[in-house]
Structures are given as structure tokens and as C-alpha cells.
Write a protein that binds this ligand. Structure first.
Ligand code: GLC
Length: 426
């Protein structure tokens, strides 16, 4: 790809961030997702930092302004009413001054804020803004271990598939069967009015998503009760790797800012989490897998969640094995990294998190690969990502064999990640 082409793609990406900018936060895309989403915003800030550093800090600050008193940072902040989305604030009914959902999302904030800080050209601004954010991020991390790791296993559980960010992953098909569908209030989906229904979760999955929301709402969103009361408790290696990496990054950042207690606490969490992560390794699949905490067993399902641990400082033999796994997957699909193993009979290249490629995942995996010196594989994934954009535009996700763009268009975090791929490799 020529330098001019790369610059043109970068400029187009910056334009998408602007179009989706609502002043103090950015919507993932117009129509389908009209509010602020947690991990979307943190990853978006990384792209914004290339064009406007104060605006990038503000994106994360707006999210943390809606942190709950118990430390949780919600997955959606409903800044303004929009009945084009379901489930809206009335369904969640979390009784917040500005309505939010009642569950969380992958904690990329520590990782993202460290990135903003490291690359800041305005160092004094970065010091001031980072200093105010790190204690909030630390409180969120404390919340995770207090509310989602009650037995002190150093691994946290998800209690709703939406928390994973990989909503309809094959990983939890079996566990999700235990969630009832009876008794929920009648509802009308809105996502299928904005996007092709064959690219989206099924009706049965949606009923279960809503059953869980109603169940937690009946417990007044009390996080001292929700984990144990949930029939769905999944320990996802990808989610935990993100948390471990954010703890490690927050520790480094806190140290640089002279906040030693925060640094120590998060370094300890990262170390213990890393050791515990190894219990999720599957020799059979050659990668990490989820653990079904409610049923007490590992789940045999080879998704990208089990490759994301490359983000953390793994022992060399584990890192090598994950790179071998990526090579193997590349033999059966053109564009890396599919969200599920293409050789699995349940793989579906069009349906959301059951096969498609997502650029935010590619970004995190390549970050981990480069950190550990696996540069050839990183380059391969970066090139595949740019090719997808070049041929399919800034889609929500892509078919891993045909490259077909799927889901919503003009997608914010896809644009932000492209900026990162272009500038990071420059
Ligand atoms: C979908 C994705 C989730 C994302 C949200 C907004 O629900 O699965 O990861 O945060 O859309 O883009």
C-alpha cells in the first residue's frame, strides 16, 4: 500500500471519529448504537489522541464520570434518550442520575490510558489528566476482584454475555442453555432494524440476554448478590487477560506518577492473575479456553478469547504455542483473526462473534505479539486488517474468508484502530 493511500485511509478514519463525536463522548456508530459504550470509548480515545489529545482524555473522563459508587464502570451510558435502541434505560432501571446499564465490559481503560500517557506530546496535560483517572481505574479493578472473584481465585467471572464484549460467542452456548427464557416481558428488538438479522444474535439468545437483565434488576443491581445469583458465570481468558494487562499497565503508570500504593496493589493483582490464567490452558486445543464456574468445568471451544492472553507477559512456551495456533488458523481462512476457529462446525463467518474478524481484537493481539517480539505474525495481522478496510470500508466486523463488511458501517472503534495500525507501523 502506498504512503498516499495510507494517509488517505488515516484521514477518512479521523473523519469518522468526528462524525460520531457527540462533544464529550463518541457513539460507536450512528443508529445501531446511539450512546456511549465502555470499551468502545477507551479504544476510541487511542485513535483520537493522534488528532486531539485533550479530546482523547475527555472521552475516558466522561465514561468515568458515570462510575458507580461501588466502583463498577457500566457498559453503556445513556446520555440522551433514543428509542432506536433496545434494551433502553427503562428496561435496565438502574436508578442512576444519568441512566446507565447495570453490567460492565472488558476493562481496557488501564491499557488505553497508559497508551495515551506514553505517547502524549503535551506531557503536563497528560500528568494532570492521568493522575485524576488512575484512582478511578484502580477502584474499578478492586470492584472486579471483590464482586466477581468471591472465592479469591484471582480470575473474574462474567455474569452476562454482553459483559465479555463478545456477545454471542460459541464459548457460552452450553452454559447459556441454563438461562431460562420464560416469563420475560414482551419486547421488540431494534438491532435487526439497523443491521441484517443474519449477522446478529438469534431470538432465543436475545430472550436469554433479557432474562438475565430482568433477573439482576429484581435484585436491585446489588453487586454483592449478582455473581452468586447468576446461573451464568463464565471465566473468559480474553477478558481476564485484558484485566491483567490493565492492572500491569496501571501499576507502571501509577509508579511513574508517584502513586505507590496503587502501583503495588495492581502489580500484585497482575502477578496473581497471570499465574491463575494458566489453569485455563487446553493442551487439546493448543490455546486458552473459558471455564464455566457455575458448572465447574472447562469449555471446549476455540475462540479468539483464548488467543487474547498474548496481551500479557506469558511464559515463552505459551506465547510460542499461541503463535503456532494463529499460523494454523491462517491455513483455513484468508483474513486473520477470526473470532472463532473456522474448522469448528459451529463457526459462522457472518454472525457477529461466531466467526467474523474484529479490528479491535486484531489490534490487541498485535500489540501483544509485538511486545513479545513476534513481529512477523503481527505484521501479517496488521496487513490483513488494512486490506479489509481498503476493500470493505470501516465496518463493524468482516467475514474472515470473503472479507465482506458486516454489521454497522462508519464504525468508530474500527476507525480508531486503523489510525493506530497506520501510525504504529510508520
Ligand atoms: C456490540 C459488541 C460490543 C460493543 C458494542 C458497541 O454489542 O459486541 O463489544 O461494545 O456492540 O460497539
Amino acid at each position: 500500500m502506498t504512503e498516499e493511500k495510507r494517509q488517505a485511509i488515516f484521514d477518512e478514519a479521523a473523519e469518522i471519529l468526528k462524525i460520531n463525536d457527540r462533544g464529550t463522548y463518541t457513539v460507536p456508530t450512528h443508529g445501531l448504537y446511539p450512546f456511549q459504550w465502555n470499551w468502545d470509548s477507551c479504544l476510541t480515545a487511542i485513535g483520537q489522541s493522534y488528532v486531539d489529545e485533550p479530546r482523547a482524555w475527555l472521552e475516558v473522563e466522561t465514561l468515568f464520570a458515570h462510575q458507580w459508587e461501588d466502583g463498577m464502570v457500566p457498559h453503556i451510558v445513556f446520555h440522551q434518550l433514543d428509542d432506536g435502541y433496545f434494551p433502553g434505560p427503562d428496561v435496565w432501571n438502574t436508578q442512576r442520575p444519568v441512566p446507565t446499564s447495570g453490567i460492565t465490559q472488558p476493562p481496557v481503560a488501564g491499557f488505553a490510558v497508559k497508551r495515551l500517557f506514553d505517547r502524549a506530546t503535551d506531557k503536563s496535560l497528560a500528568q494532570e489528566r492521568a493522575k485524576a483517572l488512575i484512582s478511578k481505574i484502580d477502584q474499578w479493578h478492586s470492584w472486579f476482584y471483590a464482586s466477581r472473584d468471591p472465592a479469591n481465585e484471582h480470575l473474574v467471572a462474567l455474569i452476562h454475555p454482553w459483559e465479555s464484549g463478545r456477545d454471542n460467542s460459541i464459548d457460552w452456548d452450553d452454559a447459556f442453555e441454563r438461562v431460562p427464557t420464560e416469563g420475560i416481558a414482551p419486547y421488540t428488538r431494534r438491532d435487526t432494524q439497523h443491521a441484517d438479522p443474519s449477522h446478529r444474535p438469534t431470538k432465543e439468545q436475545y430472550d436469554r440476554y433479557i432474562w438475565l437483565v430482568e433477573h439482576f434488576r429484581a435484585l436491585n443491581w446489588d453487586n454483592t448478590k449478582l455473581h452468586d445469583a447468576s446461573p451464568f458465570q463464565i471465566v473468559d481468558p480474553g477478558f481476564n487477560a485484558i484485566l491483567i494487562r490493565s492492572c500491569a499497565d496501571l501499576a507502571d503508570l501509577a509508579e511513574a506518577l508517584g502513586e505507590n500504593a496503587i502501583a503495588e496493589r495492581n502489580r500484585d493483582r497482575a502477578q496473581k492473575g497471570l499465574a491463575a490464567l494458566d489453569t485455563l490452558w487446553s493442551d487439546k486445543l493448543g490455546q486458552y479456553v473459558c471455564y464455566d464456574r457455575a458448572a465447574g468445568c472447562l469449555i471446549e471451544s476455540a475462540s479468539v478469547g483464548g488467543l487474547l492472553p498474548i496481551l500479557v507477559s506469558l511464559p515463552k512456551h505459551r506465547g510460542d504455542a499461541l503463535v503456532a495456533r494463529l499460523s494454523k488458523i491462517s491455513e483455513s481462512c484468508r483474513y486473520l483473526v477470526p473470532s472463532h476457529d473456522p474448522l469448528d462446525a459451529r463457526f459462522d463467518g457472518k454472525r457477529y462473534w461466531r466467526g467474523p474478524v474484529w479490528l479491535i481484537i486484531n489490534y490487541m493481539i498485535t500489540d501483544g505479539l509485538r511486545k513479545s517480539g513476534y513481529n512477523d505474525m503481527a505484521l501479517k495481522i496488521e496487513n490483513a486488517s488494512l486490506e479489509l478496510i481498503n476493500t470493505g470500508g470501516f465496518a463493524e466486523y468482516y467475514h474472515p474468508t470473503t472479507g465482506e463488511p458486516c454489521g454497522g458501517g462508519s464504525f468508530t472503534w474500527t476507525a480508531a484502530m486503523v489510525m493506530e495500525f497506520i501510525r504504529r507501523a510508520a
